[in-house]
Design a protein around this ligand. Structure first.
Ligand SMILES: *Cc1c(COP(=O)(O)O)cnc(C)c1O
Length: 395
């Protein structure tokens, strides 16, 4: 059966992902994913930091089944009950005043960039430059690929969106030097995910906040990957003692159903007026139902606290047991990067798959561990034990 699907994929799907890992899951429960042949895998990747409440959580399934049988989509031309309730919930849970819903992380970041530029447009100020960091990842649309601080994602798509400036993470002097009278916003991931789980320094993040305050610059934090409890706080910026002006969220927000959010303080959110921005699918009855149910489960099961507790335990166990093979183990909560001394990451991922464990690799040296937030210490022990055996036997 898998051979047939691989053949179809090869013949009919644009070759953006191939050759893929030769697995095809047909069912999931909790942190388990079942392959088409009945083999069960432990999921420490959660579909790239998405499936926060695990697979097929009964409360999420029930909420979605109920919603699907009633109504999927109406467009934001009309009022949408779940959309308003979700906006209220997110604003009550966080320091932000207004929400806008989109469908993907890139689309949320586009919205944040447009909002920052519109804010200065309304004020009649010629401020449009957005400063982002090298090694960042903000999405794959032309503008968010331009924002992304990695050449490989944008070189083929030139000419890129004008007005983007990149500086090194944690380089306060470099950042200060990049500020100009045209700077509209500074946009960062406080823990860079896609490039290998790289936390910014506390000093750098507070410096960004003061630079923004002193120069009337909008501070945007991209929490598409780090948000919704992933790092052991609802938003990762809480670890840094600052509040940005705009935050974006996506991946985990809908528990697997595509939904993204732009959350903003009133002073900047009010820059959007009717007709300025929009989207067909964003915040429709189905996706906002998924987000409401996901947030409800995260609250009832204390999954933000679980992420912190199990994540801290997990990281300590990794340091204790396999630290000898690593140059660094970093991250917060259940967002952990393991950087090996040797370029073995891809081979380790392949070996882990043989042992029925799924995890991501970044380049040749880094493992990215972003499991569902329902992970237990026993699950973490299982991972660490298997990884230790693999390292001892194979490398
Ligand atoms: C995944 C990711 C994005 C892009 O999200 P899509 O839903 O793939 O568009 C943007 N920013 C960060 C930090 C991400 O991890």
């Amino acid at each position: 059966m898998l051979d047939k699907i691989i053949e179809l994929d090869k013949n009919y799907y644009m070759n953006t992902f191939g050759p893929r890992t030769k697995l095809m899951f047909t069912e999931g429960h909790g942190i388990n994913l079942t392959n088409y042949d009945g083999e069960v895998y432990k999921d420490f990747f959660a579909g790239i930091a998405v499936s926060a409440v695990g697979h097929s959580h009964p409360a999420l399934v029930e909420a979605l089944q109920n919603q699907v049988s009633k109504l999927l989509h109406t467009s934001s031309v009309y009022y949408i009950e779940n959309q308003a309730l979700l906006a209220e919930k997110l604003c009550q849970k966080t320091p932000f005043d207004k929400a806008f819903f989109a469908s993907t992380g890139a689309e949320a970041n586009e919205g944040a960039i447009k909002l920052a530029r519109k804010y200065f447009y309304n004020k009649g100020e010629d401020k449009y430059e957005i400063i982002t960091l090298n090694k960042s990842f903000h999405g794959r649309t032309v503008t968010t690929a331009t924002a992304t601080g990695q050449e490989k994602y944008k070189a083929p798509y030139a000419p890129l969106t004008p007005g983007f400036v990149h500086v090194d993470a944690n380089d306060v002097e470099g950042l200060r030097a990049a500020i100009s009278p045209k700077t509209a916003a500074i946009m960062v991931e406080v823990i860079q995910g896609e490039s290998g789980v790289r936390p910014l320094s506390h000093e750098f993040v507070s410096e960004i906040r003061s630079i923004c305050d002193q120069n009337d610059i909008i501070f945007i934090v991209d929490e598409v990957q780090t948000g919704i409890g992933r790092t052991g706080k609802f938003f990762a910026f809480e670890h840094f003692g600052i509040v940005p002006d705009i935050v974006t969220s996506a991946k985990a927000l809908g528990g697997g159903v595509p939904i993204a959010a732009v959350l903003a303080k009133d002073f900047v959110a009010s820059a959007f007026t009717p007709g300025d921005h929009g989207t067909t699918f964003g915040g429709n009855p189905l996706s906002t139902c998924a987000a409401l149910a996901t947030l409800d489960i995260i609250e009832k099961e204390n999954l933000v606290a679980n992420s912190l507790e199990v994540g801290t335990y997990f990281k300590n166990q990794l340091e204790e047991k396999i630290g000898y093979a690593c140059s660094e183990i970093r991250g917060k909560g259940l967002m952990i990067g393991v950087e090996f001394k040797e370029p073995i990451a891809k081979a380790v991922v392949a070996k882990l798959i043989e042992h029925k464990i799924l995890v991501g690799a970044v380049g040749d040296t880094i493992l990215r561990i972003v499991p569902p937030l329902i992970l237990t210490k026993e699950d973490a022990d299982g991972f660490v034990g298997t990884l230790l055996n693999i390292l001892k036997e194979e490398f």
